[in-house]
Design a protein around this ligand. Structure first.
Ligand code: XLS
Ligand code: NI
Ligand code: NI
Length: 434
């Protein structure tokens, strides 16, 4: 243990009655929920960037955190940062973590130098992972912070930036595979535009589709067995982002022939930015067969930007896990806390507390969701509501045509009788579990 988290003991499950603020009150990894260990349902991951690379700046002020690894331009300090990160993984005992290349290595003077820094840190991670259980949920490339990406990565008007992006993603996929990563994520923060006055949207979409096909080709070429995930977000930093939401992404994947190869990493805060609930995004991805993984960090409902807060609303989280359980679980995806502390939360213990609280909220949500699935009340209500479709007549209608249907409606044989949607009764039902 380095000195950063000194005196903080590994967090253990003490149950709901414990008053220890640094214990799990609901997250009990070995507890069986619907026949599976809780840890295997939730598959928690720590996001390296918000916890260790973000310095606490906002548009009105710079760094507040002043960590021992700042400034982040030196290999020695990158290793001090890694030591602290793995100390936190030991304390939390969460099974996974995630990174961007730029979180973990200092930028070099050119591509080759950045790559050599990156590979050295990947080896350093590999040594640390060899002596622990923690695994890589996903790796990704940061193609939005450095000024070279200001007009996009694969959608950049400059082909040299497309090339630099391809080389960057190749290196990140190689590193993800080397560390046994279970997924590879692409989030296109700058794959979008500020104004149509300078943007050829059709050309940019074609370049993005071609790029994603190259990602998939490379995955097969190197034998990477993880899932390629795209993360939707409607805007920020781009004014208009091409990967707007789950439905938009699915249309894009279909157009470029990738809907069987690529799934989605859905983030609660991005759903809110897109004007959806998180469960809307989950249900959409599930219905379209592209639910991959989740980033479980919420936004603020007033501020209208991506505040990336730890989850703390059990009823919301419960409905999210209800849809995940109904979809058959997260597979090799997981629950990543793409969440950051508030910039006044300076103490190392705040980082632990944020994750402990987030894990407990998700565990409570999962248990409530499982209880609803097992009780079956919502499913029964759905079955009843759609029971008209189980009749032979209704099924025959789906195979008929407008003229046949028109004739039976005209004859008076069919006369709709409106029925209650029972929303309040169903809301009251959910309230019994959360
Ligand atoms: C930003 C995104 C980002 C991705 C990974 O809003 O959530 O953090 O998860 O690039
Ligand atoms: Ni986000
Ligand atoms: Ni995210």
């Amino acid at each position: 243990m380095t000195s950063f988290f000194k005196d903080i003991a590994p967090v253990t499950y003490e149950g709901p009655d414990s008053t220890n603020p640094l214990a799990y009150h609901h997250y009990n990894p070995d507890e069986i929920v619907m026949g599976k260990r809780m840890e295997d349902h939730l598959r928690f991951a720590v996001a390296y960037w918000h916890s260790f690379a973000w310095e606490g700046g906002d548009p009105f002020g710079a760094s507040t955190f002043e960590r021992p690894w700042h400034p982040q331009d030196d290999m020695g300090r990158a290793k001090i940062k890694a030591d602290a990160a793995f100390d936190m993984f030991d304390i939390l005992g969460q099974p996974y973590y995630c990174w961007h290349d730029a979180d973990i290595r200092p930028e070099g003077a050119n591509f080759a130098e950045s790559l050599s820094n990156f590979e050295e840190i990947i080896d350093y991670f590999g040594e640390k992972m060899a002596t622990r259980d923690v695994k890589l949920l996903w790796g990704t490339a940061n193609m939005f912070s450095h000024r070279r990406w200001m007009a996009g990565a694969s959608t950049n008007p400059d082909p040299d930036v497309f090339a630099y992006s391809a080389a960057t993603v190749k290196a990140c996929m190689d590193a993800t595979m080397k560390l046994g990563g279970q997924n590879y994520v692409l989030w296109g923060g700058r794959e979008g535009y500020e104004t149509l006055l300078n943007t050829d949207m059709g050309r940019e979409l074609d370049h993005m589709g071609r790029f994603l096909n190259m990602v998939v080709d490379y995955k097969h070429k190197i034998g990477f067995e993880g899932t390629i995930l795209v993360e939707p977000k409607p805007q920020e930093p781009s004014k208009h982002q091409y990967d707007y939401d789950a439905a938009t992404c699915f249309g894009f994947l279909q157009k470029y022939g990738l809907e069987k190869e690529v799934k989605l990493n859905l983030e609660q805060g991005h759903a809110i930015l897109a004007g959806h609930s998180f469960e809307h995004e989950l249900a959409t991805a599930s219905a379209l067969g592209v639910l991959g993984s989740i980033d479980m960090n919420r936004n603020d409902y007033q501020s209208g930007w991506d505040t990336d807060q730890f989850p703390n609303n059990v009823p919301e989280v419960a409905l999210a896990y209800y849809h995940i359980l109904k979809a058959g679980g997260l597979g090799n995806g997981g629950t990543n806390f793409d969440a950051k502390l508030r910039r006044q939360s300076l103490d190392p213990v705040d980082l632990i507390a944020g994750h402990v609280g987030g894990m407990d909220v998700c565990a409570r949500g999962l248990k409530a969701a499982a209880a609803m699935v097992e009780d079956g009340g919502l499913e029964d209500a759905l079955t009843e509501r759609y029971s008209g479709w189980d009749t032979k007549g209704a099924q025959l209608m789906l195979d008929s045509d407008f003229d046949t249907i028109f004739a039976s409606v005209l004859s008076g044989e069919i006369a709709p009788q409106p029925q209650s949607g029972r929303q309040e009764r169903l809301e009251n039902y959910v309230n019994r579990f959360v």
